[in-house]
Ligand binder design. Structure first.
Ligand SMILES: *Cc1c(COP(=O)(O)O)cnc(C)c1O
Length: 332
């Protein structure tokens, strides 16, 4: 069940301490889990979900994948790469209008051979069924991967990611108290939660909400909850969660999805210049900024070991070059 996957990435991803950064936060030790280095066409957290989703599609005899996201979707870029590896056709429904020049993830998705459909205001797969019908008329066998790859099958990737982390910590004689990460379509959060329950661990999750909008009329907590309860059933665990079991920090989502604010920009610069690590302008920049704000105001107990789960997204930075361009010695 947890082994029925199509290999797409290089695991385990590295786990290491942020030694320079930790000096600015003497009350804490800060570690990072490098899912930006999963290896699938610039890496990212979707690689883990896609290993299970692509396997499901192959097992079902499908030849075409349809999925959706924003124009700079990391999920869509990694899906395009996964389809290339698995010999599947890939159709992407991307929000917005076609830009004159492609950059960042959009450029990579196109290079990776995906067929791209621009869907205006719809960036969460609202047009999926129309496209599916069209493609099926032409005899394609279409497998739909939901927005962000977030369902129980995708979440399995993060159950085994918890096992991977557990082993890494044991091997290096480390413990972790808190795990910070950006949460958006919910599959990662659901998978991590299930993994923690399944392997009986006591890491506490602090998911930072990235997108204040709902997905097809449903709030993120509800989506996460549904996947978790489906997961308990799938794993034959006699357990049931309620909404009160689902943490979600919404203190940093005010600017809306994809809108980089000044604090986030400065955080990206800080980590880049202290540790040589690139955060992305949509997800990991927002979550890392939230984490250091929480540490700075000591909202979690001192002496805690803190892990930031880097989810990738680096290619999107090229779409956001303006705020990182210097004029008169200052960033714009
Ligand atoms: C998709 C994504 C996330 C969020 O993961 P979900 O499972 O969708 O909640 C976080 N960071 C990056 C870079 C992503 O691409």
């Amino acid at each position: 069940m947890l082994t029925n996957k199509f290999n797409l990435g290089f695991f385990p991803t590295p786990l290491h301490e942020l030694q320079n950064m930790s000096k600015s936060f003497p009350a804490y030790s800060i570690f990072i889990k490098r899912d930006d280095l999963t290896g699938l066409a610039c890496g990212g957290n979707k690689t883990r979900k896609l290993e299970f989703l692509i396997k499901q599609a192959l097992d079902g005899g499908y030849n075409t994948i349809i999925t959706s996201g924003a124009q700079q979707s990391n999920h869509c870029r990694q899906t395009a790469a996964a389809c290339a590896m698995a010999g599947l056709k890939c159709h992407l429904l991307l929000g917005g209008d076609e830009p004159q020049t492609y950059t960042g993830n959009l450029l990579l998705s196109s290079i990776l051979g995906a067929q791209i459909h621009f869907t205006g205001n719809n960036r969460k797969g609202e047009d999926t069924l129309v496209l599916k019908k069209e493609l099926e008329k032409k005899n394609n066998r279409c497998f739909v991967i939901p927005y962000g790859g977030s369902n129980i099958i995708g979440a399995l990737g993060f159950i085994i990611a918890v096992k991977e982390l557990k082993k890494q910590l044991k091997d290096s004689d480390l413990t972790i108290d808190y795990i910070f990460f950006p949460s958006s379509s919910g599959g990662m959060q659901a998978g991590l939660t299930l993994g923690i329950e399944y392997y009986n661990l006591n890491y506490k999750l602090i998911p930072i909400n990235v997108d204040k909008d709902q997905t097809n009329g449903r709030p993120l907590e509800k989506i996460v909850l549904e996947i978790i309860n489906e997961g308990f059933n799938y794993l034959k665990m006699d357990k049931q969660f309620g909404l009160t079991n689902i943490p979600l920090n919404k203190d940093y989502d005010k600017d809306g999805y994809g809108n980089l604010n000044e604090n986030e920009k400065n955080t990206i610069l800080e980590l880049a210049q202290q540790e040589g690590i690139i955060l992305d302008p949509v997800y990991s920049g927002r979550a890392f900024n939230g984490m250091i704000d929480i540490l700075r105001s000591r909202k979690i107990p001192e002496k805690s070991n803190v892990l930031f789960w880097h989810t990738g997204g680096g290619p999107a930075i090229f779409e956001y070059s303006k705020p990182f361009t210097k004029e008169n010695g200052n960033y714009l």
